[in-house]
Design a binder for this molecule. Structure first.
Ligand code: GLN
Length: 231
């Protein structure tokens, strides 16, 4: 696991759901969480003078965990929205995303979101995909624990489609080398990712925003972005 903080060193307890490549995932060394969000929060911690400690939590357990004080900040490809703003403070936006559809390559009946009427859809529980999928008049929305589970369900033909954040769908196609599925180009939403902070900790929100701004100004944000998404 990660190195213990030296005595007196301030620790930033970070919560993430590490099954969301390229934002957060467990690579060859499962304790060395990788991804765009992981590099960004480590750079923010460094900027703030905090040691970053990563905690892997189910996506729908992240906000409860923040509210309980078990973690200080969530970075987990989490979309800033009004529902969540009732419960948490968000940092300034740090990444622009949107929802896309994955279907079997052989499926010509689904060309966009309007074609999901009457179809079965898999989504990750607690996500914006789950909320949006329920508005499409589908036959069934299966809410599964992880993105990985939704891809398995599609491959097993338990559903006709997966809805997920576009970069995560795209990354799956490349990394899995699964030639039986495709991602459609239509995007349903435009969403901003933000880091979430406890409602009572506006001070940490300010520090994180200042660190994020610094990293944008000094080129480090761009370096991290280029590492994971190209230029
Ligand atoms: N961006 C989506 C949301 O916030 C999905 C996040 C995720 O699955 N990690 O709901």
């Amino acid at each position: 696991s990660e190195k213990k903080a030296a005595e007196g060193e301030k620790v930033l307890k970070v919560g993430t759901n590490a099954d969301f490549a390229p934002f957060e995932f467990q690579g060859a060394d499962p304790s060395a969480y990788e991804g765009f969000d992981m590099d960004l929060i480590r750079a923010i911690g460094e900027e703030m003078g905090y040691k970053v400690e990563i905690n892997n939590v189910a996506f729908d357990g992240l906000i409860p965990s923040l509210e309980a004080g078990n973690i200080d900040v969530i970075i987990s490809g989490m979309t800033i929205n009004d529902e969540r703003k009732q419960k948490v403070l968000f940092s300034d936006p740090y990444y622009k995303s949107g929802l896309s559809i994955m279907v079997a390559k052989s499926d010509d009946s689904i060309k966009g979101f309007q074609d999901l009427k009457g179809k079965k859809i898999a989504v990750q529980i607690g996500t914006t995909s789950a909320t949006e999928a329920k508005k499409l008049g589908s036959a069934e929305v299966k809410e599964l624990n992880s993105s990985a589970d939704t891809f398995i369900e599609l491959n097993a033909k338990g559903v006709d489609a997966v809805i997920n954040d576009r970069p995560v769908n795209d990354r799956y196609i490349v990394e899995s080398k699964n030639d039986n599925v495709k991602v459609l180009s239509e995007l349903l939403t435009s969403e901003d990712y933000g880091m979430a902070i406890n409602k009572n900790n506006a001070e940490l929100q300010t520090k994180i925003n200042e660190a994020l701004k610094k990293l944008k100004d000094n080129g480090k944000y761009d370096q991290i972005y280029a590492k994971w998404f190209g230029n």
